[in-house]
Design a protein around this ligand. Structure first.
Ligand SMILES: NC(=O)c1ccc[n+]([C@@H]2O[C@H](COP(=O)([O-])OP(=O)(O)OC[C@H]3O[C@@H](n4cnc5c(N)ncnc54)[C@H](O)[C@@H]3O)[C@@H](O)[C@H]2O)c1
Length: 471
């Protein structure tokens, strides 16, 4: 099939590349001509495992083409995927200007039947708006060309996007025309061989499915973070609780890791957008609003714990930060907890010395050159003379640490671990303070004097960390 993809971000580029890899002829179009020029030379602007090799291979085999010319893009494919961004508008709703602009572009240039596919995450009712936009433009052109619009939300995760696209559990397609199903079946046939993954449904249900999926995952994270905050205050260890509930098959282990809040380009904006959609139809989405506010508080908890470790004085202090990306295996820093932390450190007069295996360039792009931000070449180069260490992302490379060495390098021997990477016993044995998430075994750390007495629960303030102790 000949397929056009609008947008060469995480979703568009992965979709286009994987469909080319499956044997289709694909043309990817982006308004960002720098991106397109780079991609034509095989330069992939994002970090996504396995993607660069696939792009290069399919470009070389001439199944994957790039263009910045909208007319060429519209002329190329019978299938026209819209995979552009849908950032939050000021009121939290999804901003559809990019999606509608692509709809207009397609209608302006199309000369024959097109199937327009909404792959971007868009609110319920967007397919109707895309149809209207196309019909209006065709009317202005005074032409009568058939077209269909369908919804095909994407469920890939950054960090394993290629794998998720190729081996996803389901392919949801919302459509209301008999022309759509055979075309979408042909498009996805290479990915639908082992078992039937295609789920056809009405368009509005498909649009809502995407938001429901992300809202459910965000809810699991916020729920676990709520439990971790309770664990800190009740003298329990959330890691035990996690194992205790995850073993129940009705609950399961996935997405119940406590941490420093969810970030990225999807969960925050999609939860907000769904809550906004609810408001628009006169329904107060209490649960979604709570998920959002728990997450907001959780992201702030890193700085609260850091402040406690440094007795509230960050002026002139240097904070080592491990992990800038919102999660491992990506360079994406959109809504990353690290950003909230760094910005709070700077506002309090502190400096940041940071390391991330992939997101350093992105960090520089976002914050530029500044005196209070140093980017270290290696993880351990962040430590010497730093006042404390904060871990924001659970990269594998952060899991093994020589705690005794780290104890010698840090001025204040404190680790604020937003991802519960370590065994508290090992950290403590090296003489470090360990501010983890919901880990109450730290409560048994002896207070100064080392008499083995438990820290009194009264030390745990309403907003305080689990483990504010002197060794
Ligand atoms: N990133 C994810 O993990 C993920 C997963 C599932 C769904 N989604 C959804 O997919 C959509 C795209 O997300 P993304 O992360 O790939 O976005 P992105 O910001 O990485 O990329 C969007 C691209 O669209 C381009 N663009 C904007 N207007 C254009 C136009 N008129 N014509 C052609 N290109 C245009 C931009 O230049 C940019 O390259 C969003 O709705 C998002 O919610 C994202």
């Amino acid at each position: 099939m000949r397929i056009t993809i609008f947008g060469t971000g995480y979703v568009g580029l992965v979709t286009g590349t994987c469909l080319a890899e499956a044997g289709h002829e694909v043309m990817c179009m982006d308004v960002d001509s720098n991106k397109i020029n780079g991609l034509m030379k095989g330069i992939v602007p994002i970090y996504e495992p396995g993607l660069e090799a696939l792009v290069k291979q399919n470009v070389a085999e001439e199944r994957l083409l790039f263009t910045a010319d909208p007319a060429e893009a519209v002329g190329f494919g019978t299938l026209q995927f819209i995979a552009v961004g849908t950032p939050p508008d000021e009121d939290g709703s999804a901003d559809l200007k990019y999606v509608l602009s692509v709809a207009d572009t397609i209608a302006e240039h199309m000369q024959e039947y097109k199937l327009v596919i909404d792959k971007s995450t868009v609110p319920v009712g967007t397919a109707d708006r895309v149809s209207e936009a196309i019909a209006q433009r065709l009317h202005q052109r005074d032409v009568d060309i058939p077209f269909d619009v369908c919804s095909n939300p994407e469920f890939l995760k950054e960090g394993s996007a290629v794998e998720d696209f190729s081996q996803g559990a389901r392919i949801v397609i919302g459509c209301d025309s008999p022309r759509v199903e055979p075309l979408m079946r042909e498009c996805y046939a290479p990915y639908n061989r082992r078992q039937e993954k295609l789920m056809f449904m009405d368009i509005r249900s498909a649009e809502l499915t995407k938001y429901a999926a992300n809202a459910m995952l965000a809810t699991k994270i916020s729920f676990m973070n709520e439990i971790s905050n309770l664990a800190e205050r009740l003298g329990a260890d959330v890691e035990n609780v996690r194992r205790g509930i995850g073993s129940d098959p009705r609950i399961g282990y996935s997405f119940i890791y406590p941490g420093c809040g969810y970030g990225g380009s999807c969960f925050p904006k999609d939860v907000q957008a769904l809550a906004r959609t609810a408001t628009d139809v006169g329904y107060e989405a209490q649960l979604l609003n709570a998920v959002e506010s728990v997450n907001y508080r959780q992201k702030a908890s890193l700085f609260t714990k850091l402040s406690q470790a440094l007795d509230g004085d960050l002026e002139g202090k240097t904070i080592a930060v491990w992990g800038l990306a919102f999660k491992p295996n990506t360079d994406d820093m959109r809504e990353a907890p690290s950003r909230e932390l760094m910005e709070a450190v700077w506002a309090a007069g502190g400096k940041v010395r940071a390391y991330d295996p992939e997101a350093m360039q992105e960090c520089r792009r976002l914050y530029g050159e500044r005196d209070d931000l140093a980017l270290a070449k290696r993880r351990d180069d962040t430590l010497e003379g730093a006042d404390a260490l904060v871990i924001c992302t659970e990269w594998k490379a952060f899991r093994t640490v020589d705690f005794r060495r780290l104890r010698e390098q840090l001025t204040t021997p404190a680790i604020i671990d937003g991802r519960n990477l370590f065994n508290p016993e090992s950290v403590r044995a090296a003489g470090l303070l360990y501010f983890a998430v919901g880990r109450a075994d730290s409560l048994r750390i002896p207070l100064s004097g080392g008499d083995g007495a438990s820290a009194p629960l009264s030390r745990i303030g309403q907003d305080g960390p689990s483990v504010a102790y002197t060794l």
